[in-house]
Design a protein around this ligand. Structure first.
Ligand code: GLN
Length: 537
């Protein structure tokens, strides 16, 4: 059993400072030094999880192995650390209140008045220590979502205050991430917002141990001294986090600044083993020195907000680096595609990815794009809804079933080639009720997908309600689209491909969730390779 130490990361001044990336970079450095580390995100909103949130609100909903629908920061944690996260790694205020209220209904509080302190804070502290109590981790980094001073964040900051006392200062520390803005008119970096935000944190009884300061310009020694003086920290505990070209540079930047060194010192942990970041830097070398460029069309209905497809774009970065190619993404709104404009918009693409999604909007555009990719031998990857649309396109245009559809889009269709799963039919609640998390899939011998994974049994993560309708499998296969991946127990179709096409694959699961820096996903790696070959023809 390990004596787990805790690092809390709070944010001040503004949101979007990149707490998740700082937490992931610190974790990476500690991992390189031989510590087992995990990262947890506490989100101060009332939704039980982000599963029911519109992607425009919150970006992508990331799915873990155990089927938790989580914040997209968990994707960064997995991509940086190369280890899976779970439901315990993401907790929302909604979930905290739900457990406390459930306990109250069961009479577990013995007639007491249930209050924010101690009942809500006890539940928060319990959730924070759940990962530590597994005994698997030397260090748990807990990122508190939101900005210090927000009403929603107060119970979390209070829980951190209590834990710092209970665990002792050698076992728990606070990193406060702030912004040091540059005022162009004055030609100066300003420390006042940081001073105020630290003051705000102190009003809640928490003093930061380390300040990480986001900045567009180098922070001078004089400014570090000033921040140290006003914010109750030592100068060496003021860490600069300058804007980076890519998030993948941040571990190196934090190493240069010595963030991991000060963290280990404060936690009284040995820091003899230095991080080398060897494999990480090999990846960066490939990423930063591409030998050519390919044009990939990413077709979806939330393309205005790139964060809605975070894991997909990151998977392309990993796959591009290993192929030494710059994957240039063309963001294409499915709602804008028509029979007429598809050839013009898609003609210069080397690969077409039709993205996951929900609902009717934009699906005809997706179907037109798939038809174009199929007829023009352009490498095509369909993910989840993208795979379902490929089945509809094939049924309509190759099999001639004009009104083939999905019962998600057309409840009355007489040809639901994509249909609601039997076990979904009686579900009325939207939250957390899809087919979620990791499922096994066996790949057909001789298929392209089997060749790509180079094994028979794979496990991939899911998030959907609708499925390939096996009633149509015979006709579809006869016409040339083959189900090459199936779940052996349920017989559900997980992969389709068209062997007569150079590269046409649709997957019911989400490969993007499992791509990491050190383990780029084979499907993306091979899709990029095929697109590169297409670009050379
Ligand atoms: N809307 C589809 C379903 O529920 C696809 C979901 C997805 O693309 N993640 O089956």
């Amino acid at each position: 059993m390990k004596n787990t130490k805790y690092v809390f990361v709070t944010g001040g001044v503004t949101s979007s400072l990149g707490k998740g990336i700082i937490a992931a970079s610190l974790a990476k450095l500690l991992q390189e030094r031989g510590y087992s580390v995990t990262i947890q995100k506490l989100d101060p909103y009332i939704n039980i999880d982000p599963g029911t949130l519109n992607p425009y609100e919150h970006g992508e909903c990331y799915v873990t192995e155990d089927g938790a629908e989580t914040d997209l920061d968990l994707g960064h944690y997995e991509r940086f650390l190369n280890i899976p996260t779970s439901q315990a790694n993401n907790v929302t205020t909604g979930r905290i209140y739900q457990s406390v209220i459930d306990k109250e209904r069961k009479g577990e509080f013995l007639g007491k008045t249930v209050q924010v302190i101690p009942h809500i804070t006890d539940e928060i502290k319990h959730r924070i220590q759940l990962l530590g109590n597994t005994g698997d981790f030397d260090i748990v980094i807990t990122e508190i979502g939101g900005t210090v001073g927000d009403i929603e964040s107060l119970p979390y900051v209070e829980s951190v205050r209590q834990l710092l006392w209970e665990l002792g200062h050698e076992n728990a520390i606070v990193i406060h991430l702030t912004l040091v803005p540059y005022l162009a008119a004055a030609g100066e970096l300003k420390t006042k917002p940081t001073q105020h935000s630290v003051k705000m944190l102190m009003q809640s009884g928490v003093s930061p141990d380390i300040l990480v300061c986001r900045t567009e310009h180098e922070i001078s020694e004089a400014i570090k001294n000033k921040l140290a003086l006003f914010c109750n920290v030592k100068k060496e505990d003021v860490i600069q986090s300058i804007d980076a070209e890519t998030i993948y540079d941040v571990p190196n930047l934090m190493l240069e600044e010595g963030l991991d060194t000060v963290v280990l010192k404060k936690l009284q942990l040995p820091g003899d083993k230095q991080p080398t970041l060897t494999e990480w830097n090999n990846f960066l070398k490939g990423f930063k020195n591409p030998k050519s460029t390919i044009e990939i069309g990413l077709i979806g209905k939330y393309v205005e907000l790139h964060d809605a497809y975070k894991s997909i774009t990151e998977a392309f970065i990993h796959a591009g680096a290993i192929n030494e190619v710059d994957v240039h993404i063309n963001w294409i709104h499915s709602g804008e595609l028509t029979v007429k404009n598809v050839p013009k918009i898609l003609k210069n693409l080397n690969g077409i990815l039709v993205a996951p999604g929900f609902g009717e909007r934009g699906i005809e555009g997706k179907i037109e794009a798939i038809k174009y990719a199929r007829e023009n031998n352009i490498p095509f990857l369909g993910i989840c809804l993208g795979m379902q649309m490929a089945v509809i396109e094939f049924s309509r245009n190759v099999l001639g079933i004009q009104d083939a559809s999905s019962s998600e889009m057309d409840k009355e269709t007489i040809h639901p080639v994509i249909d609601l799963m039997e076990e979904q039919k009686n579900i009325t609640n939207y939250g957390g009720t899809m087919r979620l998390g990791a499922w096994d899939c066996s790949l057909k011998e001789g298929s392209k997908i089997r060749h790509i994974y180079n094994k028979e049994l794979i496990s991939e993560r899911h998030r959907h309600r609708y499925e390939f309708n096996n009633d149509y499998l015979g006709q579809i296969e006869k016409a040339g689209m083959i189900a090459t991946g199936k779940n052996a127990k349920t017989n559900l179709v997980e992969v389709i491909e068209i062997p007569s096409h150079p590269w046409f694959i649709g997957v019911q699961y989400h490969p993007e969730y499992k791509s990491t820096v050190l383990n780029p996903h084979p499907l993306f790696v091979n899709f990029v390779k095929a697109s590169l070959e297409h670009s050379l023809t």
